[in-house]
Ligand binder design. Structure first.
Ligand code: ZN
Length: 316
């Protein structure tokens, strides 16, 4: 197993995928699935969300999942935290990387969390304060995803200048890293290039996080290629595109991990992930959620004859 990867694939299915479907996957099945995903070579998994169980009963076991996933080797365990309360629970459970979605769209932000974007940024400062007062052994990093950064289903276009101003304010608030999320599947490749280039100019390369892309309008992998061209090296994706898209039947929500990994490896970019093992985790997922509709072209079509991984081609 290689230590270094060219591109970090961050699996968000257990959080983004499971939170968008109504059924609750049993905790034992989630643990089996997460450990199978890690065994396939994934280095980072977002295992759940420390959101109120009244709002999302399917995320109620997040603390257990963090504790179990922390036992797996070579894995960064992430959890979403919506606010300070969630951050306290996440740190108590031993989460070392917290991700907070902060919406650029006023309407989306008010609808989702009842706060304006500026109020949400103040919450980020409080969470960063909590991080700083946490003992070094337990101290997490705080990663922010600016959601609806490329457009909003409620507001339509979102000002790119505002998104950049937000990134600057979030960096000042103490965020360790900041990325951009195409929550609504509105982004196109030109916009992706322009925005990530600007983001790097705004916050500097050391605070740059990755791209969280959705495939709602079929632009997902094209947007990945655009982001690669401006040196984005971390991408969120979901096994089987789990969760789908309620607004576009047949379309996936998150980009499909299997297709993303295939594309990266075929392009010569080492991910450290074994595609056969990754595809086999679909069965583990389905055993916990029988008959759930999942997506993916590579699992359907199979790997091309004679396919080789990026690392195999670099060997001399
Ligand atoms: Zn998402």
């Amino acid at each position: 197993m290689h230590q270094e990867v060219d591109v970090l694939v961050s699996e968000v299915g257990p959080r983004d995928g499971l939170q968008s479907i109504k059924r609750v996957m049993p905790t034992e099945n989630k643990i089996l699935w997460i450990s199978a995903l890690a065994s396939s070579g994934l280095r980072e998994i977002e295992v759940g969300s420390f959101v109120s169980p009244h709002l999302m009963p399917q995320m109620a076991d997040c603390a257990t999942l963090v504790r179990e996933a922390n036992k797996l080797e070579n894995l960064n365990v992430l959890a979403l935290v919506p606010n300070l309360k969630g951050a306290e629970l996440a740190i108590a459970a031993g989460t070392r990387k917290l991700t907070m979605p902060i919406s650029a769209s006023l309407e989306h932000s008010l609808n989702n969390i009842g706060k304006t974007p500026r109020e949400a940024i103040e919450e980020v400062s409080r969470v960063c304060g909590l991080r700083d007062s946490t003992s070094v052994e337990q101290r997490p990093t705080i990663d922010i995803g600016i959601s609806t950064a490329f457009g909003c289903t409620l507001e339509g276009a979102v000002s790119e200048d505002w998104v950049m101003e937000m990134a600057g304010l979030l960096a000042k608030a103490g965020a360790d890293s900041i990325g951009l999320s195409d929550t609504t599947g509105y982004a196109n490749p030109s916009q992706i290039k322009r925005m990530f280039r600007r983001l790097r100019g705004e916050i500097g390369v050391e605070k740059m996080a990755g791209a969280h892309l959705h495939n709602t309008r079929g632009q997902g992998l094209a947007n990945v290629v655009a982001a690669l061209e401006v040196d984005v090296a971390t991408f969120d994706s979901s096994l089987g595109g789990l969760g789908g898209c309620p607004f576009a039947p047949g379309a996936t929500g998150n980009i499909v991990t299997e297709d993303l990994v295939f594309m990266l490896e075929a392009m010569g970019l080492h991910t450290g992930i074994d595609l056969d093992a990754l595809i086999a985790t679909r069965e583990v997922l389905l055993s916990g959620l029988p008959d759930e509709v999942i997506y993916g072209n590579i699992p359907e079509a199979g790997l091309p004859k004679g396919f080789t991984y990026a690392s195999e081609r670099n060997v001399t």
